[in-house]
Design a protein around this ligand. Sequence first.
Ligand SMILES: CC(C)(COP(=O)(O)OP(=O)(O)OC[C@H]1O[C@@H](n2cnc3c(N)ncnc32)[C@H](O)[C@@H]1OP(=O)(O)O)[C@@H](O)C(=O)NCCC(=O)NCCS
Length: 183
Amino acid sequence: MSQSLCDYFKKDIAIAFCLGEKSENQLARDALVKACEQLSLKLNLETLKFPHPLFSISHTQGIACAVSCRSSSGIGVDIEKLGRGVSEAVIKRISNAGDDFSYLENYEHKNLAIWVAKEACFKADLENTGKTLLDFAVRFNDKSSGSAFCGENFFKFYTWVDSNSGLLIALSLSSSKRLRAAE
Ligand SMILES: CC(C)(COP(=O)(O)OP(=O)(O)OC[C@H]1O[C@@H](n2cnc3c(N)ncnc32)[C@H](O)[C@@H]1OP(=O)(O)O)[C@@H](O)C(=O)NCCC(=O)NCCS
C-alpha cells in the first residue's frame, strides 16, 4: 500500500468489512456503520444517498466493504474477488483515449485492477449522473496507484490486494477543481 494512503488511513479515512449471512446490501450498511464509528462520524442510513462526499460502499459474493472520511470532494471504493475474470472485450468497452495502463503490463490482475480503479473513480465523482466508466481516463503511476480525469474532475486512486479476503480493492478520492489547479 502506498505511503500516502497509509497517511490518509491513520487520521482521515476508515475502512471496514463485513461478511456473513445477511444480504450484501445490509452487510455494506453494517460495514459503513463500523467505518463511521472508527472516525466518530454521524451517519443517517435513512437519508443516505450515493454518490456521497464522505462515504462509499461496495459488495460482492457475500463480502461488503465501506469507507468513510472526515472530509473530501468525493470518495469511492470498489472491491472484487481476485478470481473474477474481466475480459479484454470489457476493457475495450470501458477504455478512454486518455487511459494509460502501461505500468500494468505483466501484472496478473491487470484487467481487474483497471475495472476496480474505474469503478472507484466513478463512485468518487459527485457529478457521475449520466456518466459511464468509459468517461474516466485512468492513468496508473505504478501497479497500485494513479490518477484519473473525467471532464474537469480529477481523482487519485490506490489499489491493493487483501490476501485474507481474496479481494482486489480500489479506493479513489476526488480533488476539487480548485485543488487540481493548484497542483
Ligand atoms: C452503480 C455502480 C457504481 C455499482 O458498482 P458495482 O461494482 O456494480 O457494485 P458495488 O457493490 O461495488 O457498489 C454498489 C454500491 O455503489 C453505490 N452506488 C450506486 N450508485 C452510485 C453512484 N452513482 N455513485 C456512487 N456510488 C453509487 C451504492 O451504495 C451501491 O450499493 P447499494 O446498492 O447496496 O446501495 C455501477 O453499477 C455503475 O453504474 N458503474 C458505472 C456505469 C458503467 O459504466 N458500467 C460498466 C459498463 S461496461
